[in-house]
Design a protein around this ligand. Structure first.
Ligand SMILES: NC(=O)c1ccc[n+]([C@@H]2O[C@H](COP(=O)([O-])OP(=O)(O)OC[C@H]3O[C@@H](n4cnc5c(N)ncnc54)[C@H](O)[C@@H]3O)[C@@H](O)[C@H]2O)c1
Length: 492
């Protein structure tokens, strides 16, 4: 994943469940968003979803997130499409409405801009039929919550240019997603075909009074659902075939497919009585918990699962790791440096950094400075390739000074100065600065050692990195030494 392919600005049309989820993923990846949605509650809904997403990302990763993008609400689809690198439409699932909106988007966008629709079921060929430039339209079908689930199905229509599909896949990948290119245009794409099959069967089970809504859900979440987080149906059944694998599984269970178990070819009629029964059971299952709370519970569990999967380098966890490596390598370079301390890391203090005293918890000051160190290392060329090759810096000592308090919502930047360096050591000083202020809120002095991860020993930095370290040390030698550098903790 290279930071270079992250779009600068994206236009969104529709800011409901899915549109707000896109807005959150984009903003937290540092992308500016122009959003059109005529509903009066749009600003509130997007703000609430964004707050949940910030909370989730705060738990999901320690990688330094870029400064949040800015959100602008606009008054038309044309304005949403102006000057952006991608337009993502997430309006209600009605063909005529989507066609009108896409035509308006096309009027506002440059003819190069790819346009994607979040539709779960409409075919791209139908969506693009009336466009002047149908070649740049494809479906980019995400999954709720868009800011946490990596899957996005990319499907072109009969007139979509192959480059559009490739470009969209690259854009989505830069946002930490896993694009699955659906090669054949079919109703429901791949994922919804599967989900729909399960949904039909679930509806029949409730319709026939075999199981309640909650019992159907239990049948998933205590069993197959756990496997589905990292193995699809095919790999699961291969293992279920034992040592003889898939061939054995198919010959043992294949004949059962002909038994009249399922009613998949049929759907129960959604009579008032059935709708009422499902809704009532669903209310009981939710125990009156409001939807934003349910979303936070869902997010916490998804975050925990994604982290477990990352540790195993499995499924969506591997996508998370790739996104994080991109964030680590994505810090601003040293070019354009004016010779002063570097400002490579900035962020907005999230609400969940506040402790029971109403202050930012002391560990977060270390996090801010560690993130700045990571950004410095990225700028020095310690990128994904360097790490894979076994080279890395480890922090061996930190001295933090807590000088003033930060509050939720404060914007901060970390100014970083190299005090000294040689081929194995890097001595840095960070000052955490609230936007618009000169006096630091906190400072941190750190010593880092270069190691060869393969031998586990301290070893000289490699050529390119060492050159950059030396140049930065020489440039920063001219700076005044920070007042707190070299302090020890004593009672004088
Ligand atoms: N909900 C899901 O799980 C899910 C998953 C994947 C894809 N999708 C697809 O995403 C799209 C949006 O679904 P949703 O669940 O977010 O629906 P939603 O009802 O939550 O949101 C739709 C939004 O579109 C807005 N809207 C209405 N008219 C508009 C117009 N003329 N211009 C711009 N915006 C307009 C509405 O105000 C609303 O905020 C649909 O195509 C759906 O198939 C939904």
């Amino acid at each position: 994943v290279s930071k270079a392919s992250t779009p600068r600005a994206v236009g969104l049309v529709g800011g409901g469940v899915i549109g707000a989820g896109w807005a959150a993923r984009l903003l937290l990846n540092g992308v500016d968003v122009r959003l059109f949605d005529p509903a009066p509650q749009t600003e509130r809904v997007v703000a609430e979803v964004l707050e949940n997403a910030r909370r989730a990302y705060g738990r999901l990763t320690l990688a330094p997130l870029p400064p949040e993008g800015s959100l602008v609400l606009v008054d038309s689809p044309e304005e949403a499409a102006a000057g952006v690198e991608l337009v993502q439409e997430s309006a209600p699932e009605r063909l005529e409405l989507k066609r009108e909106l896409l035509a308006a988007v096309e009027r506002g966008a440059s003819s190069e801009t790819p346009i994607a629709s979040s539709t779960s079921g409409l075919r791209p060929s139908e969506l693009q039929a009336e466009l002047a430039h149908p070649e740049r339209l494809a479906v980019g079908h995400p999954f709720n919550p868009v800011y946490l689930l990596p899957l996005v199905e990319v499907c072109g229509g009969s007139r979509t240019a192959p480059e559009t599909v490739t470009r969209l896949a690259g854009l989505y990948r830069s946002l930490g997603m896993h694009p699955l290119v659906v090669r054949t245009e079919i109703d429901g794409f791949v994922a919804d075909r599967l989900l729909e099959a399960l949904w039909r069967e679930a509806l029949w089970l409730v319709h026939d009074d075999v199981a309640t809504v909650a019992e159907v859900d239990d049948a998933i979440r205590y069993g197959a659902g756990l496997r589905w987080a990292f193995m699809g149906t095919f790999l699961t059944y291969r293992i279920a075939g034992g040592e003889a694998g898939m061939r054995h599984f198919l010959s043992q269970f294949g004949p059962a497919l002909a038994w009249p178990w399922t009613k998949l070819t049929d759907v129960p009629e959604l009579t008032d009585e059935l709708v009422e029964r499902i809704a009532a059971q669903s209310d009981e299952q939710a125990e009156g918990v409001p939807v934003r709370d349910l979303e936070r519970r869902r997010d916490d569990v998804l975050v925990a699962l994604l982290q477990a999967l990352r540790a195993e380098d499995a499924g969506a966890g591997a996508t998370l790791a790739a996104w994080e490596r991109g964030l680590m390598g994505g810090a601003a370079g040293l070019d354009g440096d004016d010779g002063g301390p570097l400002r490579l890391h900035g962020t907005r203090i999230p609400a969940d950094w506040i402790d029971y005293n109403g202050h930012v918890h002391e560990s977060r000051y270390l996090q801010l400075c560690s993130d700045a160190t990571d950004a410095l290392l990225g700028a020095l060329g310690v990128d994904a390739a360097y790490l894979t090759d076994g080279g890395s810096y480890f922090t061996v000592e930190t001295h933090l000074s807590h000088l003033r308090q930060l509050e939720a919502g404060d914007r901060v930047q970390v100014a970083t100065q190299v005090l000294d360096a040689d081929e194995k050591r890097l001595h840095v000083f960070h000052a955490v600065l609230r936007d618009g202020e000169e006096e630091p809120v906190a400072t941190a002095e750190q010593m880092l050692l270069h190691v060869d991860a393969r031998s586990g020993r301290v070893a000289p930095a490699r050529d390119g990195v060492l050159d950059r370290v030396s140049r930065l040390r020489d440039a920063h030698a001219a700076l005044p030494r920070p007042e707190r550098a070299g302090r020890a903790i004593t009672i004088p």
